[in-house]
Design a protein around this ligand. Structure first.
Ligand SMILES: [Zn+2]
Length: 693
């Protein structure tokens, strides 16, 4: 023991540091609760950040102070290869549904009959909004959050602990020293073991933000907040989940030890006391009539909520009655989900038009006879893509059923085929962009058709910003805000126009002084000599990322040779498949492309030609490296680019063919794998020395 203490003496934090860390954890958790659960912060964001920063610094200095429930542990876990299975302590049953008042009343009559109590008795029921999200289970041992899991089939779910840790309204520790300032509440002991259940969901605003972000990156968007929440919870990389701002309402308890809860309402009180977020709309009702009244009244109110609610869960309040009723065929007999009918309407499609998004994606949109759905007049519905239209066989002139769920734009559910008179017209996806006239393309295996025009006004902001971005022409001072200003002022119509900007033009923009204007001009001028791979990447050819641009530059050497290459010649390049080859060839034959290329040449854009060091001479010639953990001096992208530049390859998984694993801070599973396979592990410092930095 004395030996062990001596061994770790250096890392042993002094008492005052330990006390300070404990105080900081409590304080941060408290403010977290005020911010994310009560939605009424009592300190500024800056003060909150200062507390968090101080805790991070302390933990860095004394790593022994890091506890699993520390607020610093919400992010930072390594991506996983797959989820582990989690066995639920008690099965997570699903609820029976009621779709009408009759079905709801029948459920209650049946329960009363089984309990042998007269139906006229005013039994207590808890009515809870049914959140359209994803059910999860959270296990706490001695108050500490240990495992989080999906519902799965009710018996086995997936272990998504690292992802659920990132959800700020989920407490990491139920033991706390702070009380709410203004509320006197009933106290509950901290259970020695408890499994809490809740619904993870996304607010509408966050759903929109995620979809905007995805469509800007050219990724498919989520159909509704529920899908987005499910997709976020089941991310293998917790850092993606942490950026999604998920939320959770707790509403049930599975297995519990160390505390007795006599009713559903008391259970909710206890969850609140343990600092879970519970839904503020929950009501305790007495008798079946008041339950039905709540369901009806809430239907009108739910439209104004910031999240999707698709029904009301009605639970018999008394725990004693719940136990007496038990469950049958995987559903409890003491609870039912009353589901609201989706808001649908019937109308006629007058036309199908095509919208071009910022990434060039063509979306067919139905223009309809205006009709009221769920209190809103709508005249447009999305048809998603070509395949959707074919699958539903939607034609211009068709009578259709449309549906609006929550915040989502209305969609066509089905065609009323009886109403067809033969005059309906089938829709054709245009082969030219309706905005700029360039060719459209639909890559094999993709559902989306895109415009490939380099000067397409619909995509201009995105294209110019991409052109100037890091990894592309890397033009400092030309960011999204300036690009937006330039477009609004009509100063640029394609990426090449950047090279024709004058000082006067730039200075005519709002908030643009002479200094920033000349900085931007200098950066633009400097980019004329960017290396060839960066220019190729900057052109924004579909399927040509940084890696492919590098390969193409090395193979062809000059831009002209690449431009004049045939599809066959392109296909022959290593790592360039037929889809990519076709995409490149089509890009360069477009009139707009030729025009922009000519403008670039005239402006004096002359990329540096590429000469690649012979493999054996290169420092990392033929070597395979894997990076893991957080690097201190380089970003992951920079490090990987460096490896490539020096003749090596950077891969994302460790195998016995890996030459080196570079382990940064908090390296996880890949480091373990490397040790297991006997792969050489080096530090970031050793890596930098190796490459002569
Ligand atoms: Zn276009």
């Amino acid at each position: 023991m004395a030996e062990a203490t001596k061994l770790f003496n250096q890392a042993e934090p002094p008492d005052d540091a330990r006390r300070r860390a404990e105080w900081l954890r409590q304080e941060i958790n408290k403010h977290n609760y005020y911010y994310y659960v009560l939605d009424s912060p009592i300190i500024s964001d800056a003060e909150y950040d200062r507390l968090l920063r101080e805790l991070m610094d302390l933990e860095q200095k004394y790593p022994r102070l890091v506890t699993p429930d520390s607020p610093t542990q919400r992010v930072g876990a390594e991506p996983q290869a797959q989820f582990r299975t989690h066995d639920h302590t008690e099965p997570m049953l699903s609820l029976a549904n009621a779709f009408s008042e009759e079905e709801l009343r029948a459920f209650i009559s049946r329960a009363c009959r089984m309990l042998k109590i007269p139906e006229t008795e005013q039994l207590e029921y808890v009515c809870e909004p049914k959140i359209d999200g994803l059910a999860v289970s959270l296990t706490y041992v001695d108050g500490i959050f240990t495992v989080g899991a999906t519902r799965g089939d009710g018996y086995k779910g997936e272990d998504i602990t690292a992802n659920l840790r990132t959800v700020k309204s989920i407490p990491l520790n139920l033991n706390r020293t702070w009380e709410l300032a203004e509320k006197s509440e009933r106290k509950f002991p901290i259970p020695t073991f408890i499994e809490v259940r809740g619904e993870v969901f996304l607010e509408h605003e966050e759903f929109r933000r995620i979809n905007e972000d995805r469509s800007e990156k050219g990724e498919p968007t989520f159909a509704n907040p529920r899908n987005a929440a499910a997709g976020s919870v089941r991310q293998l990389d917790p850092s993606v989940t942490s950026r999604r701002n998920l939320d959770m309402f707790a509403y049930a308890v599975g297995y519990v030890e160390g505390v007795t809860l006599d009713s559903q309402y008391e259970l909710l009180e206890a969850l609140r006391f343990w600092r879970f977020k519970t839904n503020p709309e929950i009501r305790l009702c007495s008798g079946v009539d008041s339950v039905w009244e709540f369901c009806r009244e809430f239907d009108a109110r739910r439209q104004a909520l910031t999240y999707d609610v698709d029904g009301v869960v009605v639970k018999i309040n008394s725990r004693r009655y719940q136990e007496a009723l038990g469950s049958v065929s995987r559903s409890p007999r003491w609870a039912i989900a009353y589901k609201y009918a989706p808001t649908q309407a019937i109308t006629i499609i007058r036309d199908i038009v095509v919208q071009v998004g910022r990434t060039g994606a063509l979306t067919p949109v139905a223009i309809m006879e205006p009709v009221e759905v769920g209190g809103v007049i709508v005249s447009r519905a999305t048809l998603h893509n070509e395949d959707e239209i074919k699958r539903k066989d939607v034609r211009i002139g068709d009578t259709v059923v449309i549906q609006r769920a929550g915040e989502v734009i209305p969609e066509v559910v089905e065609v009323v085929k009886d109403k067809r008179d033969g005059d309906e017209v089938e829709f054709q996806m245009p082969s030219n962009c309706p905005v700029c006239g360039a060719d459209t393309e639909r890559a094999p295996g993709e559902a989306v058709t895109r415009c490939i025009g380099i000067a397409c006004p619909a995509q201009l902001a995105q294209r110019i910003y991409h052109f100037a971005s890091r990894g592309a022409m890397d033009i400092e001072h030309v960011g999204p805000a300036l690009v937006e200003q330039l477009l609004n002022a009509g100063l640029v119509h394609d990426p090449a126009d950047l090279y024709y900007l004058t000082l006067d033009q730039l200075m005519s923009l709002d908030r643009m002084g002479e200094k920033s204007a000349s900085n931007a001009l200098a950066a633009i001028e400097q980019s004329k000599e960017a290396p060839l791979p960066r220019l190729i990447y900057a052109l924004g050819i579909r399927h040509v990322g940084e890696r492919t641009a590098q390969v193409l530059a090395e193979h062809f050497g000059t831009l002209d040779k690449l431009r004049n290459a045939t599809e066959e010649e392109l296909s022959a390049v290593m790592d360039v498949g037929p889809v990519v080859a076709a995409s490149i060839a089509r890009f360069f034959v477009q009139e707009e492309t030729k025009m922009v290329m000519e403008k670039l040449r005239k402006a004096g854009v002359k990329p540096k030609e590429v000469t690649r060091p012979a493999k054996e001479e290169a420092v990392l010639g033929g070597k395979k490296l894997v990076f893991t953990g957080e690097l201190q001096t380089l970003t992951r992208d920079e490090a990987e680019a460096l490896v490539h530049e020096l003749g090596g390859t950077a891969s994302s998984s460790v195998s016995k063919n890996t030459d080196f694993v570079v382990a940064g801070e908090r390296a996880g599973s890949k480091l373990a794998k490397a040790n297991e396979l006997g792969v050489k592990v080096i530090t970031e410092e050793e890596f930098l020395r190796m490459v002569g930095k």
